[in-house]
Design a protein around this ligand. Structure first.
Ligand code: 3UK
Length: 519
């Protein structure tokens, strides 16, 4: 399993090649399935060229930013590749943000053109007039203002061939905003080279994607987990993708898409695996037999959940840790080498170190800060000099994750640097406590944060969402605490349990422990 290196790519590489290398050999194969349209590779490539002409006509030049605020639909994909092909930067925007956040991102990114779906119009209507950099809005669907251009008309009659911009492999291709625990979201740019490197080194070498596969991601294309897994990697190997434009939070939506479009690979986040498992008789109601493999990322997948999924579906889940900073996954389990509950091992293309606060390597079994060296790391956070210097440490990237390695070389996530607790002078990972609590029969979801006790010392507190059929009570709280004492070192047990209806989460499904700490 040899890693693809940046130096293996030609200097004048453009990542639109990931789409176009499928022509002519696979031109008439289906590239994209969706409720809206089904498109072959040829049809996608031709529409990409039309959009490319349309963007150039608007004056979009190499290096300019093109915003995409649209559900996962064909127009998302064609605009994305068109931007890359003409040397512009595609900004995939989270569809779940507030007007204030869109205002910040449009200004910070300097986007000159914005593709917006009419369903998302209300979120930007009030902020579009006051944009110093934005020049043109393209609407997918019904136009909202007299000067807005409608996508269909915009591309109509344009030539179906277009010359590639001779981008350098290090030119920027994508921009994504990642929300931190504090402050404004951070703009993260990736170069053309990062896309084939991730596709090759994880999608092909680790996951084992092949041309016969059909992928489906619950994670949307605006998130690099979805973008890589459900567009870039499958097309890199000639496989097809299933796009779903609706809300993925509803587990039955996800099940319906699988039942109807028959993907072979499912990318999902742990929370959503749990939500599917909570749907009664889901394996009888929906046909999941097309699936051969599942992937989990975004947060740690607790071992009990891995086993419950395996028991219910017979399918393995490949858990891997990735980040927007690295574009995608950099430590991963493998189809033939899975340790449930762990993130697996680094694979060719990435190296990992686990270090203490002075950057000395810590011995196996000891928790430290995870550093990653690989050629897909971003170089900086846009307009955030100080945060950039704390994260991008030359060749090494400070992930902000706490990890330890077991005696067999598997990496175990132990929370974020800022979520860790010192309890009685010893590190306690909220993730470990959570995975014990979640294995209790009454618990659907939980989050553990540190809270000061009467002596001002930090102790774990658990926020628990119960499964339907269970009601909050003091008895149940005590039973869960007793269960924890039985199943792990007693000092790690939660001292308090608070029952809640739901946990605060980011748009991408990560539990926001900092919100619980503040509460
Ligand atoms: C956490 C995980 C434990 C971890 C992502 C796959 O999540 C992605 O990107 P983000 O920038 O967040 C990165 C942070 O999320 N995390 C992600 N995966 C795991 N923790 N186990 C995991 N398997 O704290 C990491 O630093 O939103 C995931 C591919 C692309 C991505 N962007």
């Amino acid at each position: 399993m040899k890693a693809l290196r940046a130096a293996d790519l030609p200097l004048d590489y453009n990542a639109v090649d990931i789409l176009e290398h499928n022509l002519p050999a696979r031109a008439d194969n289906v590239a994209l399935y969706s409720y809206e349209r089904t498109l072959t590779f040829r049809e996608v490539a031709e529409e990409v060229n039309r959009v490319g002409h349309a963007l150039r006509d608007l004056g979009v030049r190499p290096g300019d930013v093109v915003g995409i605020l649209c559900p996962d639909r064909p127009e998302w994909v064609t605009t994305f590749f068109a931007a890359l092909k003409i040397g512009a930067v595609a900004l995939g925007m989270n569809t779940l943000l507030t007007p204030r956040e869109y205002d910040y991102i449009l200004k910070d990114s300097r986007a000159r053109v914005l593709l917006v779906h009419d369903s998302l119009w209300p979120s930007v209507a009030d902020i579009l007039d006051a944009q110093p950099f934005l020049e043109q809005v393209i609407v997918v669907g019904t136009p909202q203002r007299p000067d807005d251009i409608v996508y269909e008309q915009w591309i109509q009659g344009r030539p179906v061939d277009l010359e590639r911009s001779p981008t350098h492999r290090d030119d920027f291709a994508t921009l994504n905003y990642s929300s931190g625990t504090t402050g404004q979201p951070k703009g993260i740019l990736h170069a053309h080279k990062d896309l084939p490197l991730c596709a090759h080194n994880w999608g092909l070498n680790v996951l084992g994607l092949r041309a016969e596969d059909r992928t489906f991601a619950v994670a949307k294309l605006f998130f690099t987990f979805g973008l890589g897994g459900n567009l870039i990697f499958p097309w890199y190997v000639g496989a097809s993708v299933v796009l779903f434009s609706g809300p993925p939070r509803v587990a039955t939506n996800v099940l319906e898409v699988i039942d109807r479009f028959k993907p072979t690979i499912l990318y999902n986040a742990p929370t959503s695996y749990a939500a599917i498992l909570a749907v009664e008789n889901f394996t009888e109601q929906y046909d999941l037999s097309s699936l051969r493999l599942c992937v989990s990322a975004g947060e740690a997948l607790p071992a009990p959940l891995w086993h419950r999924w395996k028991e219910a579906t017979g399918l393995d889940i490949i858990d891997g840790i990735g980040s927007t900073e690295n574009f995608h996954i950099f430590i991963s389990n493998r189809p033939d080498d899975i340790r449930p509950g762990s993130s697996g091992k680094p694979f060719p293309g990435y190296e990992a170190r686990i270090v203490d606060e002075e950057f000395n390597d810590v011995p196996p079994g000891e928790i430290g800060n995870l550093l990653i060296r690989g050629e897909t790391a971003a170089l900086f956070y846009l307009h955030q000099y100080e945060k950039s210097r704390q994260t991008f440490l030359g060749e090494w990237l400070f992930t902000g994750d706490k990890y330890y390695v077991d005696e067999d070389g598997y990496y175990w996530h132990a929370g974020r640097s800022d979520d860790m607790m010192k309890v009685g002078g010893i590190w306690v990972s909220p993730v470990e406590v959570e995975s014990t609590i979640i294995s209790h029969e009454a618990v659907l979801e939980c989050a553990v944060v540190g809270q000061e006790d009467s002596a001002g010392l930090i102790k774990p507190k658990a926020f628990v969402v119960l499964k339907s059929g269970y009601a909050p009570s003091d008895e149940l709280a005590q039973a869960i605490i007793a269960y924890c004492t039985e199943h792990m070192a007693a000092y790690k047990r939660p001292r308090w349990i608070e029952f809640v209806d739901e946990l605060p989460k980011t748009a991408t499904g990560k539990i926001q422990r900092f919100k619980l700490r503040q509460a």
